[in-house]
Design a protein around this ligand. Structure first.
Ligand code: ATP
Length: 355
């Protein structure tokens, strides 16, 4: 049963500092929402508030229509999976999965045959059939996390909370588990909050992504919204390998170093920050609105070649993808065109795109 989760002005202060700062957030029923943000931005605290492991200092939390703000953790019916699989070492995989059902008070505890049936179903779901009798020590890290998820699902939670569940695993296993989790989510449909600081993971896995910064919500949107239409300079700088260039804006033009180019500037003028990603630059011939840049280095990154280029002295290098036929070398001059504009005024304090 999927429920909406709504935070209204939710706040939590530790030692005088807001870890979660009067946050408003609406998670839709059945949605997989990733919470993404730098270290210390409040992701885990928010998750613990939803789980009932922390009590808020301000605001309200709703599960569907129900006010869950003061509800005890065990009454919330949330499933929780942590980065470090907190499995019981002395119990078998099957007994770990059954644990949450067996510790229920007698009147709500299912009969043993029903528990066995449910464990069998869950072993199937997480693709661990045949491993029910093993102990956690006899499993790989990825398998243990699958057991942890099965255990969280066993109690039929209303909400699933995952805190960096794949954080301790190597890159290939992480990628496999991401796809697997997406598949499980589509089959079970729990409202899921997924904490990560890996943007690739968030953007690939989630229906929507919430970007947190210093306990506040910077933006919530689909992966496309976040990547293509960042709402703040912080978001533009945080996702998508962007480089921030300080520029000077006037209506319809910006100056990068000594080079003016015409671009849509919206209502931005004066000192501004332009965020450039490798895909935003297209190598071209010299001409109007082409920027000229010096090639600092040429690198191979997987199947593609990229160059680090600079638009002028003192400006940070930006990356550009090179056409397969390009023969540019370090020290050459290259012309590029800007194909996407992410421009923010620099004058707003605290919105400077730094992490
Ligand atoms: P990370 O990605 O590093 O896990 P996070 O985004 O999950 O970070 P939180 O763990 O929620 O961030 O921490 C937010 C802020 O609250 C940090 O400044 C942290 O030091 C502080 N904090 C969190 N838990 C406590 C606590 N129990 N006591 C005191 N301060 C805390």
């Amino acid at each position: 049963m999927a429920v909406a989760i709504t935070a209204q002005g939710l706040g939590k202060v530790f030692n005088g500092t807001a870890a979660v700062d009067r946050l408003d957030l609406a998670v839709e029923p059945g949605e997989l929402l990733a919470l993404l943000g730098p270290s210390g931005s409040g992701k885990t605290t928010l998750l613990r508030l939803v789980a009932g492991l922390e009590a808020p200092d301000a605001g309200r939390l709703l599960f569907g229509e129900e006010d869950a703000t003061r509800l005890a953790a065990r009454q919330r019916r949330v499933g929780f999976v942590f980065q470090h699989y907190a499995l019981f070492k002395h119990l078998t995989v099957a007994d770990n999965i059954a644990y949450g059902l067996r510790v229920r008070p007698r009147r709500t505890r299912p009969p043993e045959a029903e528990i066995q049936r449910r464990v069998g179903e869950l072993l199937d779901l997480v693709q661990l059939n045949g491993l029910g009798k093993r102990r956690p020590a006899q499993l790989s890290g990825g398998q243990r996390q699958r057991v942890a998820l099965a255990r969280a699902l066993a109690v039929e939670p209303r909400v699933l909370l995952l805190d960096e569940p794949f954080g301790a695993l190597d890159a290939q296993v992480r990628r496999d588990l991401r796809r697997w989790l997406r598949d499980i989510h589509e089959r079970t449909g729990h409202t899921t909050l997924f904490v990560t600081h890996d943007q690739e993971e968030a953007l690939e896995l989630a229906d929507r992504v919430a970007i947190l910064n210093r306990g506040r919500l910077e933006q919530i949107g689909t992966p496309d919204d976040i990547l293509d239409r960042p709402a703040t300079a912080f978001v533009a700088g945080f996702v998508g390998e962007a480089v921030r260039l300080a520029v000077e804006a006037a209506p319809g033009t910006i100056r990068i170093g000594a080079q003016p180019i015409s671009i849509p500037t919206g209502d931005v003028s004066g000192p501004a920050a332009l965020f450039i990603r490798p895909r935003d630059l297209l190598v071209c011939d010299d001409g109007p609105d082409a920027l000229s840049a010096r090639v600092i280095a040429v690198r191979r990154t997987g199947p593609a070649r990229r160059a680090d280029i600079s638009f002028g002295p003192g400006l940070p290098a930006v990356e550009v993808e090179l056409p397969a036929t390009s023969s540019v070398r370090k020290g050459d001059t290259l012309h590029v065109r800007l194909t996407a504009v992410r421009l923010f005024s620099s004058s707003r304090r605290g919105d400077d795109g730094r992490q």
